[in-house]
Design a protein around this ligand. Structure first.
Ligand SMILES: *[C@@H]1O[C@H](CO)[C@@H](O)[C@H](O)[C@H]1NC(C)=O
Ligand SMILES: *[C@@H]1O[C@H](CO)[C@@H](O)[C@H](O)[C@H]1NC(C)=O
Ligand SMILES: *[C@@H]1O[C@H](CO)[C@@H](O)[C@H](O)[C@H]1NC(C)=O
Ligand SMILES: *[C@@H]1O[C@H](CO)[C@@H](O)[C@H](O)[C@H]1NC(C)=O
Ligand SMILES: *[C@@H]1O[C@H](CO)[C@@H](O)[C@H](O)[C@H]1NC(C)=O
Ligand SMILES: *[C@@H]1O[C@H](CO)[C@@H](O)[C@H](O)[C@H]1NC(C)=O
Ligand SMILES: *[C@@H]1O[C@H](CO)[C@@H](O)[C@H](O)[C@H]1NC(C)=O
Ligand SMILES: *[C@@H]1O[C@H](CO)[C@@H](O)[C@H](O)[C@H]1NC(C)=O
Length: 795
């Protein structure tokens, strides 16, 4: 006994010593539309320091595999689409005399492919300069090695630098003005402080300001410069003035060095230049080396993220996928606590929510499990934003709400947290009030040219129809896809209302959650199936092909997915949906058709299937077989998707990462579960690893840590599995034989638990038990009883 304990503690000490960050491949998803950020970031880091490239197409994260470097900047997003945002607070090394720092000559080609790993980034420029980057949460470090024997070793700080956009939708960022002042540090070397103001980008933000504080570690001379106006590259003047200011024109400074090795440390803040300096001096002291900073970043990822999920599996490909996916789901939202310029508050502040439409299905339920403290901070921040802005929006960036693609999906995030017992410092009265506002108050129209029919900034733009008719007419854009999303949102209100003992709220919103049925057109037909979610006006349905969504964009009837796909999306009302689709057998046949190759006119990269793995409205579909006890097919289809369209390599994502949404879908597939957000249920899949241990931390979501709670974990074991042996033969949950295709929060997460799978090469119909409940399909009485159970933490 004694020996065992000894061995165990030795083993866990050894496990801790393993540098799991070595497995995270930070270029995963960086090309072919994944748009992930391959530069340097801490978990949830405000600073994302990386390269900005230009080729004439949009570089959403700054990075492109080709093109010219136009800067290395401090703020980026990861995995987003639409139009680039950020790419501000930059430096650019330029070798040779500079006539005009605003000219197009201030760029450099690549001499070799960039190198990236957790905590470190390196670019070699054709000019001979080498750029190495490392970062902390609110500051970054640039290390330059210039070529020997060159005349003019410069670092250009262009305050007007932003990521440009070429897509031509009026979403390009604008530089609006700034300020830069050069100082002498105590060391005798130069530093600079100032700010830049910008607007627009994907969420159509108004003006916002970032302050910076940069320090150099080598002797330099400098010139500040001023351009003709906010956009022109015409240089008006160089100056020797120690400070320079303007709100009217492009501006910056050129620093010129004699020595070939130069380190610059830069801090940022959204409050003041003084705070940018204190952020810098607190996080990266003058004696910090690049390698020490790199190591600190790796330590942070290991302790805060990677060590939460461990396995004894040694297959490197699988470890690469596991830790790379964990990495990319922890880049956004960013923790800007202490950096909110808009209001003073004791509450945390999180920004760069891109968007709950993308994140509510897989990412937020996983964050809850892996990062309960962070998750609680995020929820509090959402409530605080609602308190001060009037709305908790589906998206938010640079301290501005927008853009809302479908429903008000912050409602689903709140509901999911609520029914899974998150309490702590979350004020649920206020959270629910924000949900009611989304459900009852028409948000002011922000006149987005993409969709002028209602607000895209916050709330539910098509609410007037939803309230008046219980369906959405084509008077509003995205009418059909929003109708099914509003139903899900209303369901979220129902379950929170039940838990807060607001019986009338429960009845009302549960009833409204069924209104997607009013959009069900039994006469829409395709591929031998009839009945789909269809467009309508106040008189009746409008003809629509279930296999087409037109442009599938802001002004269309369906957003980013086909009628066929959206018709599976009433996840709170599955029993009724299955009935509408003609019963279990027809439902299975329809799902099978979804995955059949050469059926869709589009989706060439996915074998022309109707299923689109790169888009969130399809995320849940492969798992829906579990509702009719065909878990074998859920495993078959979801496994195929995961293995075919995901790989730990630069092109290894089926679409935009969407701020980590894709990676979190993959993680659930690896774990062998799938969360039904807004319900305390997880559909059972098939795990990838022979064993996986998930540290649930303070798991229940309570703010306070407690020794017993800290040891809580979910252990997932799989016997007999392999690349071709993934069908579930049997399952034990907490040691008990299981015949259901689902488990509840209470079963395995509330106090921890174990899942023991037996896997094999052939399908087996082992799910003979009751299918997952569909609360909205029950009679009002039964639904209310179930809601009562949920709010007691049971199911
Ligand atoms: C620009 O910086 C200078 C020097 O720090 C300061 O005096 C001036 O007020 C700043 N201008 C603006 C518009 O903030
Ligand atoms: C580095 O500098 C910080 C403050 O600037 C100081 O507290 C620390 O002791 C120094 N560390 C080393 C190793 O010199
Ligand atoms: C490692 O895992 C990958 C991906 O799951 C698989 O293709 C490969 O065959 C595995 N290698 C070994 C040696 O099992
Ligand atoms: C967010 O940032 C604040 C301020 O720096 C810090 O106190 C808090 O611990 C951070 N939260 C997480 C989850 O890292
Ligand atoms: C929650 O918010 C409500 C409304 O603002 C307030 O009346 C109540 O005191 C808050 N509850 C707590 C525990 O802070
Ligand atoms: C929902 O509400 C409508 C209008 O109040 C009512 O006609 C309908 O019967 C309700 N549905 C259910 C299932 O209670
Ligand atoms: C599972 O059940 C379905 C439907 O009854 C049947 O078609 C299928 O062949 C069964 N699979 C196995 C492996 O028995
Ligand atoms: C499923 O398991 C439950 C609990 O062990 C048991 O009561 C039930 O009879 C089983 N159902 C089937 C169809 O095997």
């Amino acid at each position: 006994m004694r020996l065992t304990i000894c061995l165990q503690s030795l083993l866990s000490a050894a496990a801790l010593a393993v540098d799991l960050s070595q497995y995270a491949l930070t270029n995963t998803g960086s090309i072919d539309g994944g748009n992930t950020f391959p530069g340097v970031s801490r978990p949830l880091g405000m600073v994302k320091l990386g390269p900005d490239l230009q080729t004439g197409k949009d570089a959403y994260s700054g990075y492109l595999p080709t093109g010219d470097f136009i800067g290395f900047s401090m703020l980026h997003e990861s995995g987003t689409g639409g139009a680039p945002k950020y790419g501000v607070v930059s430096q650019m090394p330029i070798v040779g005399p500079i006539k005009n720092p605003l000219s197009n000559a201030m760029r450099a080609m690549r001499a070799a492919p960039d190198f990236t790993e957790v905590g470190y980034y390196r670019s070699s420029l054709k000019s001979g300069a080498l750029v190495e980057l490392a970062a902390s949460a609110k500051a970054g470090m640039y290390k330059y090695t210039f070529p020997k024997g060159s005349d003019g070793l410069n670092v250009v700080v262009d305050v007007s630098h932003v990521l440009p956009s070429y897509r031509g939708m009026g979403l390009e960022q604008h530089y609006l003005g700034g300020n830069i002042t050069v100082h002498k540090q105590a060391s005798g070397h130069l530093s600079y402080t100032g700010f830049g103001t910008y607007d627009n980008g994907w969420n159509r933000a108004g003006p916002w300001t970032v302050y910076f504080c940069g320090r150099f570690d080598a002797p330099a001379t400098y010139k500040t410069f001023l351009g003709a106006d906010k956009t022109s590259d015409k240089l008006v003047a160089f100056s020797q003035e120690p400070s320079y200011q303007s709100n009217k024109a492009r501006l910056g400074a050129v620093f010129t060095f004699k020595q070939t090795s130069v380190v610059s440390r830069v801090g940022v803040s959204f409050i003041s230049a003084a705070q940018a300096c204190s952020n810098l001096d607190r996080e990266i002291t003058a004696n910090t080396t690049l390698s020490k900073l790199r190591q600190e970043t790796r330590d942070a990822w290991n302790s805060q993220v990677f060590s939460k999920v461990t396995t004894t599996d040694t297959n490197k490909t699988r470890l690469n996928q596991l830790y790379s996916a964990l990495y990319f789901m922890h880049l956004l939202p960013t923790n800007k606590t202490g950096e909110n310029p808009l209001w003073k508050s004791q509450e945390p502040y999180y920004d760069d929510i891109f968007t709950f439409w993308d994140l509510y299905r897989c990412t937020t339920p996983l964050l809850h499990i892996l990062q309960p403290s962070y998750y609680e901070e995020l929820l509090r921040s959402m409530i605080d934003i609602g308190r001060h802005e009037g709305w908790v929006s589906d998206g938010r960036s640079s301290f501005a709400n927008g853009a809302v693609q479908g429903g008000s999906n912050s409602d689903n995030v709140f509901a999911d947290a609520f029914i899974k017992g998150v309490r702590g410092k979350v004020n649920w009265t206020e959270a629910f009030a924000s949900m009611v506002k989304n459900a009852e108050v028409v948000p002011p129209n922000n006149h987005d040219p993409r969709d002028a029919t209602g607000s895209t900034k916050e709330g539910r733009g098509a609410l007037p129809d939803w309230l008046q008719h219980g369906f959405i007419t084509t008077k509003f854009a995205r009418s059909v896809s929003r109708a099914v999303e509003y139903s899900v949102n209303d369901f979220s209100l129902a379950v929170v209302a039940a838990g807060l003992d607001r019986e009338d709220g429960f009845d009302k919103y549960l009833n409204r959650s069924q209104h997607w049925r009013n959009q069900w057109n039994p006469d829409m037909k395709a591929l031998g199936f009839s009945g789909f979610l269809g467009p309508r006006d106040s008189k009746g349905f409008i003809k629509q092909d279930p296999l087409s969504c037109g442009g599938c964009y802001w002004g269309d009837k369906y957003y980013q997915a086909l009628p066929w796909e959206y018709s599976f999306n009433a996840h709170h009302d599955m029993a009724h949906l299955i009935k509408l689709m003609g019963g279990a057998e027809r439902f299975v046949a329809r799902l099978e058709t979804t995955f059949k190759p050469n059926v869709a006119s589009g989706n060439a990269q996915f074998g022309h299937t109707l299923f689109n793995p790169g888009n969130e409205p399809s995320f849940t579909t492969p798992y829906l077989y579990n509702y009719v006890n065909r878990q074998d097919l859920a495993v078959r289809r979801s496994r195929f998707v995961a293995k075919s369209y995901y790989a730990p390599k630069p092109g290894g994502l089926p679409g935009n990462s969407d701020a980590g949404a894709m990676e979190s879908w993959l993680l659930w597939n690896m774990i062998g579960l799938y969360p039904m957000t807004g319900q305390p249920y997880f559909l059972v899949g098939s795990p990838w690893f022979s064993d996986l241990t998930i540290n649930l931390g303070g798991g229940g979501g309570g703010g306070k840590t407690n020794k017993k709670k800290e040891k809580k974990q979910l252990v997932v074991k799989a016997n007999g599995g392999g690349e071709d042996r993934f069908y579930v033969q049997s399952l034990k949950v907490n040691g008990k034989a299981w015949n259901k295709s689902w488990v509840t929060w209470d079963d395995i997460f509330a106090r921890g638990g174990t899942l023991e799978f037996e896997l094999g090469p052939h399908p087996k119909n082992w799910t003979t038990g009751v299918p997952p409940p569909s609360m909205a399909s029950l009679s009002p009485d039964q639904a209310s009883k179930l809601a009562e159970l949920w709010s007691q933490g049971k199911s």
